[in-house]
Design a protein around this ligand. Structure first.
Ligand code: HEC
Ligand code: HEC
Length: 263
């Protein structure tokens, strides 16, 4: 009898585990995950894969320069505190967005860079989407190239994750469209001569040829909102961070490809 009870208990646990797993099922299994570059045109992919022709590499170089330039009353550079032997930032981009321990808020890489400027360097923070900020984040992300995306949705991050997930499936705007309707349901089909991808962010910051500029994840969200005739949020909005966390998680294990090149 005792044995039976124990067995029964095990089945119960397995059953509830099943429910938990189901509740957080990803739209694409690990095997089905495809990075955005596999949906772009062959010519565009060729530009991306060649460091000499990839225009995003200019941002990487600019970012490296800023990273090594001293500033402020203490005359410090990022590189003084972040180098091979101390607080290395190689690989960290794969874990963003993540909870900033000091503020307990979910921050993305651009926001974390500005936190370091404000708190550690005591210099003025960069404007959102400015060349300097995007150069730095592109450089830092480039230092994680080919590493698997690996964001955490545990602990304090959980509530943001759930918020982001909700936003991803929420129909909005004049066309009453949710992100998943394009990026999960009809990925692979064309929208105005552009092939719709699975909507991952492992290529971000990403170089957009139509703008001749690097774009952050939030900038891309704004663009998708606008294209689907919905009101975009401000860059840096906490809801965009939440959405970014959900999307990063759903693409966890994809290798970082930034700076990717898109039309
Ligand atoms: C009407 C269809 C549509 C909707 C709705 C839509 N997108 Fe997109 N999205 C596109 C198209 C088209 C592109 C450009 C081709 C591509 O990369 O998928 C794109 C690109 C992206 C990319 C860049 C992928 C890459 O590899 O460069 C991301 C990220 C993204 N969308 C996220 C979102 C999010 C988040 C939402 C919801 C707020 C959303 N999209 C809603 C059509 C849509
Ligand atoms: C005076 C030293 C100092 C300077 C200068 C500094 N940082 Fe930091 N930075 C730190 C410390 C310490 C941490 C780890 C604690 C934390 O997260 O706040 C950190 C954390 C970070 C992280 C997060 C790493 C992770 O594991 O998630 C990034 C990214 C970062 N810094 C980028 C920069 C950039 C870019 C600059 C230059 C604009 C810069 N830092 C300047 C000390 C510094």
């Amino acid at each position: 009898m005792f044995h039976f009870n124990k067995y029964f208990y095990l089945i119960l646990v397995l059953f509830f585990n099943q429910i938990l797993v189901y509740a957080e099922e990803k739209p694409y299994s690990k095997k089905e995950l495809k990075s955005g570059s596999s949906f772009s045109k062959k010519e565009t992919r060729a530009i991306e894969n060649d460091d000499f022709s990839n225009p995003g590499m200019i941002w990487v170089e600019k970012g490296e320069e800023i990273f090594n330039s001293p500033e402020g009353i203490n005359n410090t550079a990022c590189a003084d505190c972040h180098n091979q032997s101390n607080n290395s930032i190689v690989g960290v981009a794969a874990g963003y967005p993540k909870i900033d321990k000091a503020s307990n808020l979910l921050v993305n890489l651009e926001q974390k860079i500005n936190l370091c400027r404000k708190n550690k360097m005591k210099v003025k923070i960069y404007e959102k989407e400015s060349d300097s900020l995007l150069s730095l984040s592109t450089y830092i992300t480039f230092l994680s190239k080919d590493q698997p995306m690996n964001v955490s949705i545990d602990g304090e991050a959980k509530k943001y994750f759930l918020r982001g997930k909700k936003l991803y499936f929420q129909r909005i705007g004049q066309m009453n469209l949710a992100c998943n309707q394009c990026h999960d349901q009809i990925a692979g089909s064309f929208l105005r001569s552009e092939k719709i991808s699975q909507g991952h962010i492992n290529g971000f910051p990403s170089y957009l040829m139509r703008w001749d500029s690097i774009a952050s994840v939030h900038k891309r969200f704004q663009f998708c909102n606008t294209q689907a005739r919905a009101e975009p949020l401000e860059i840096g909005h906490i809801d965009y961070n939440a959405l970014q966390l959900y999307i990063a998680w759903r693409g966890n294990s994809l290798l970082i490809e930034s700076p990717s090149v898109r039309r």
